[in-house]
Design a binder for this molecule. Structure first.
Ligand code: BG6
Ligand code: BG6
Ligand code: GLC
Ligand code: GLC
Length: 917
């Protein structure tokens, strides 16, 4: 009895001594809670660094956006393929998800070996092999004829810009394939798949295994918002608030971040905790200096750490009587499975003894006790470190949600966690100690990461289908160079019709003579009034022109509003209002009694028989006052002045805004012989040779022609490029069937086209959650200035959203992206069409002059041209492309067309005086 007790005592003592010995030896590997809390704090700082735009480039922990924005919601369904590459096993799978009897998935899979030449060969070999295995799998499951979407679980750090693209940053774990780093792995896989004729697989999503695991577990537990892998490698992902992710536009909702925490410490942040064994292990690895945290944790390395420790202890005579075996000196001889077996405590020391014997080490009882304890310390440190980093993530989640207690679920996978007898229990315990204010459920992934990858693929497929639909809607807005050339040619034909006596009557491009026969020559002088009616603003101006050495133009102007009810009331009301504004202006300028000559910029089509007579052909844009069409607008103005009976004015000239603009610019640049307006409306004038203008007598010199090209297409000649949206806009306008070209190119209508498209996309459920809001029903909400703002490249998505919100459109970030795209398609087409028209004009000018190469200036005005961020550039590019033999300078009119109108008035008055004398 005594002897038995003595033996027991002796044995306990022996055990204690061995344990104390190892504890002393590996003192550095035993981490207290204080140290772990410190590690946790360091990892919190790392996460912030990785998320920041400026700090990310130098951050060790890359915090990679995954473009997974939501957890499974049960609506996912369909048949999917999955490939799971990067863990200890490689497999191909088929996942069937059905939404009936919610949360049911079926999974079939086949494992394939990964020979060394595959994971340490070259790119073509790797992806070729993956494709071959997939093909084999599809054959074995009779899936070859099916078109299936595929989710690609690729468990390495990839920089993603969307779900279906990811550039490999660097290999980790046991992979080192040449030519893959820095390239998109999805396109490599697609390429390899393409080589197999007869299979049609669509790679729709790239997912890290952490993300796949989180999604797999999220399917069963909606609270799951962290994915954790403790296997060959180690890593975690979690749902982060979009507003904290600088690298991705948008601030709404959440996105899963793949932390790539394996690289924690690569910048030296953990150097104080790393031991000589960690350093030695790192030096002998495939990627020295990299994945330092991972190398202290994951199953790929723990066995090797144990081996290095045992080797050193033996060499120092602390184990195996100082006898080192060849096996103990051989890299990789101790694996994680050995550790797991040795730490099976209920087996006592038998497993340990067996394993050490296999390594030719002839262990004593003491040796076995010591070795078992070495394993425990190494695997416990792994669980401790993992717990510290996980605690940091949980704390971040809790703070993001601004709650005192966090209830959450962590989805976990990986052989170390699953197969090691003590690991899971230890990890859970330490986490609960480190973050007592988090109630964590640890949910083991039973299906690997593939089910989750299928979930992500389901979302990706929905997005891809949406993308296709949006592309199809916008496709008619993409004009090919041939189409644009055709537009140019048709415009040219219509210009000729307008000039010819026989065809002029039925021409849609009216080519109205203006009786302006020359550009300013600098001798103009005097004091003039000018009216500028028909653009965004109605203005009254006083223009003082000096000639000779003190040549200058001084202008004073005031903007007046024209209320809608006046624009669309009676003619008398309109002209009375205009005169009322003039009276106000004269008083404002203190020149009430003066009888000044007046130039009237009237930006609507007028048939002129002389410079001071203009019969309104028809209202355009937003005007529709009654009793004006067919009347002389100068007479109407005179009568209104008479009615007011307060002052007298000498109306000398009536001018279109294009003509005023050409004159304004012509004053600075005599080569300016074209005037272009790209604003509320769209129009061009140019100097035409008199001999070509059949409806005006005389063949000498030139006269400015107001083309009124806005009417181009009114005979149906460009109906082939008009979309249903254009037709809708036309039908809802004040002048249906008229000004078809203008309605595709000018500010007053572009917003309306956009609105029609948005309504359609919403009806199709592709925008605004399928809800057509009151604001979207409102005609005219998209003014040119909003289009310009939305399309500005300087604006972040968030600001676009704010603009839309101002307009009463409650949009998500995805909505904002689509709206911006729609605006872009519409305005680009407008600029190209306008460019095609202008190309016809400059080509005609070139032919008129009979030169090989034409140098010409176009004076331009209009809010679309001036404010839109891309319109002018696209317009100019198109002209260059379609009229390569013309060198066109675009000159922006800074002073509006009023100055030009005054100059014309000056000339007309001089000529009239000459005539009178
Ligand atoms: C598997 C997942 O279950 O676990 C893989 O399906 C993952 O995607 C793997 O990579 C991680 O564990 P290990 O131990 O195989 O690296
Ligand atoms: C102004 C001119 O600058 O531009 C007007 O003075 C012209 O005559 C106008 O009608 C055109 O642009 P918008 O965008 O105001 O129609
Ligand atoms: C490595 C990879 C990472 C992966 C982890 C677990 O750390 O870099 O992407 O998630 O291993 O497999
Ligand atoms: C409309 C008018 C035209 C004017 C243009 C630009 O097209 O019909 O006269 O030049 O708008 O304002």
């Amino acid at each position: 009895m005594f002897a038995v007790h003595l033996l027991a005592f002796y044995f306990t003592k022996l055990k204690e001594d061995q344990i104390k010995k190892v504890d002393r030896y590996l003192y550095h590997m035993r981490l207290s809670d204080d140290v772990l809390l410190d590690v946790m704090a360091r990892f919190q700082a790392e996460m912030v660094k990785g998320l920041g735009r400026d700090t990310n480039p130098t951050a060790a922990v890359k915090m990679l956006p995954s473009f997974v924005r939501s957890l499974p919601d049960g609506s996912e369904k369909g048949d999917f393929l999955a490939v799971d590459l990067g863990g200890s096993q490689f497999r191909a799978l088929q996942v069937k998800v059905s939404d009936v009897g919610k949360q049911s998935t079926q999974l079939e899979s086949k494992f394939y070996p990964t020979p060394k030449e595959v994971f340490q060969g070259n790119r073509a070999e790797l992806f070729g092999y993956v494709a071959d295995c997939l093909l084999d799998f599809m054959e074995s499951k009779n899936l070859k004829h099916k078109k299936l979407p595929l989710g690609f679980t690729f468990s390495f750090p990839c920089r993603q810009t969307k779900l279906e693209e990811g550039v490999l940053l660097n290999w980790t774990k046991h992979f080192k394939v040449r030519g893959v780093q820095g390239t998109d792995v999805v396109s490599s896989l697609r390429k390899a798949l393409k080589k197999h004729k007869g299979i049609d697989v669509d790679v729709l999503a790239l997912v890290n295994d952490t993300v796949g695991t989180m999604m797999t577990c999220g399917y069963d537990d909606q609270r799951c918002e962290v994915g954790l892998i403790i296997g060959t490698g180690t890593n975690a992902c979690y749902m982060e608030e979009m507003r904290h992710i600088d690298l991705v536009e948008g601030d709404e909702g959440r996105m899963c971040i793949n932390t790539e925490w394996g690289a924690f410490g690569d910048d030296g942040a953990l150097d104080d905790l790393r031991t000589e064994f960690d350093r030695e292990l790192d030096l002998g690895s495939l990627n020295p200096g990299k994945q330092l945290f991972e190398k202290m944790i994951s199953s790929l390395h723990l066995g090797e750490l144990v081996r290095l420790i045992l080797l050193k202890m033996t060499k120092e005579g602390l184990l195996f009587n100082g006898k080192v075996s060849t096996a103990l000196c051989t890299k990789g001889k101790i694996e994680m499975r050995h550790m797991a077996a040795m730490e099976e405590y209920k087996e006592g020391l038998s497993n340990t003894k067996e394993i050490l014997t296999e390594l030719n080490l002839f262990p004593s009882e003491e040796d076995c006790i010591a070795v078992q304890h070495v394993c425990t310390i190494v695997s416990f440190r792994s669980a401790n470190l993992c717990a510290a980093a996980l605690a940091a993530i949980l704390t971040r989640l809790r703070e993001n949600k601004k709650v005192l207690r966090l209830r959450t679920t962590v989805g976990i996978d990986g052989t170390l966690y699953k197969a090691h007898p003590q690991y899971a229990r230890r990890l859970h315990k330490v986490v609960r100690r480190l973050v007592p204010n988090c109630d964590v459920r640890f949910l083991l992934s039973t299906n690997g990461s593939a089910r989750g990858a299928a979930m992500v693929t389901a979302v990706a497929r929905r997005l891809a289908a949406q993308r296709k639909e949006i592309d199809a809607v916008l496709e008619p807005f993409l004009l090919s160079p041939e189409t644009l050339r055709e537009v140019k040619n048709k415009m040219r034909t219509e210009l000729e019709y307008g000039l010819k006596r026989e065809t002029q009557g039925s021409a849609t491009v009216k080519m109205l003579p203006t009786y302006v026969c020359g550009t300013p020559d600098g001798t103009e002088k005097g004091k003039f009034l000018a009216l500028d009616l028909g653009g965004t603003n109605f203005r009254v101006l006083l223009v003082k022109i000096r000639s000779g050495r003190r040549k200058s133009v001084r202008m004073y102007n005031k903007i007046f509003a024209i209320p809608l009810e006046i624009m669309q009331g009676t003619g008398e009301e309109l002209f009375d209002h205009i005169v009322h504004c003039i009276a106000d202006f004269l008083e404002y300028m203190g020149i009430k009694g003066a009888r000044l000559p007046l130039g009237f910029t009237f930006s609507f089509p007028c048939k002129q028989a002389s410079i001071d007579k203009g019969t309104l052909v028809g209202w355009t844009k937003g005007f529709k006052a009654t009793d004006c069409e067919g009347e002389d607008v100068v007479d109407m103005l005179r009568e209104a002045i008479k009615r007011r009976n307060e002052f007298d004015l000498d109306i000398v000239a009536v001018v279109n805004d294009t003509v005023g603009t050409m004159m304004t610019c012509g004053y600075e640049d005599p080569n300016c012989e074209i005037g272009l307006i790209a604003g509320t409306g769209s129009n061009v004038c140019y100097m035409e040779d008199m001999k070509n203008i059949e409806i005006v007598e005389g063949n000498e010199g030139k006269m400015c022609i107001n083309t009124e090209w806005g009417g181009f297409g009114d005979n149906g000649c460009i109906d082939n490029i008009r979309t249903e949206y254009d037709k809708e806009v036309d039908e809802g306008s004040l002048n249906p069937g008229k000004q078809r070209y203008e309605k595709m190119t000018s500010g007053m209508y572009l917003g309306e086209i956009v609105r029609q498209i948005l309504i359609d996309l919403t009806k199709r459920g592709l925008l605004f959650r399928g809800q057509i809001s009151e604001s979207l029903r409102k005609r005219g909400i998209f003014e040119t200035k909003f289009l310009s703002q939305i399309e500005s490249d300087r604006l972040a998505l968030l600001q676009v959203r704010q603009i839309l919100q101002q307009l009463g459109l409650d949009s998500t970030c995805e909505d904002s992206i689509i709206v911006k795209e729609v605006c872009g398609a519409v305005s680009r087409r407008a600029a190209q069409l306008c460019g095609a028209g202008l190309a016809a004009i400059v080509e005609k000018k070139r032919e008129n002059r009979g030169v090989e190469h034409l140098q010409i200036t176009v004076g331009v005005d209009g809010t679309l041209y001036k404010l839109h961020p891309h319109f002018s550039r696209v317009l100019q590019e198109t002209v260059k492309e379609l009229a390569p033999r013309c060198d066109v300078t675009f000159m922006l009119s800074e002073d509006g067309s009023g100055k030009g109108a005054a100059l014309i008035t000056a000339v007309a008055k001089r000529l009239r005086n000459v005539g009178e004398n």
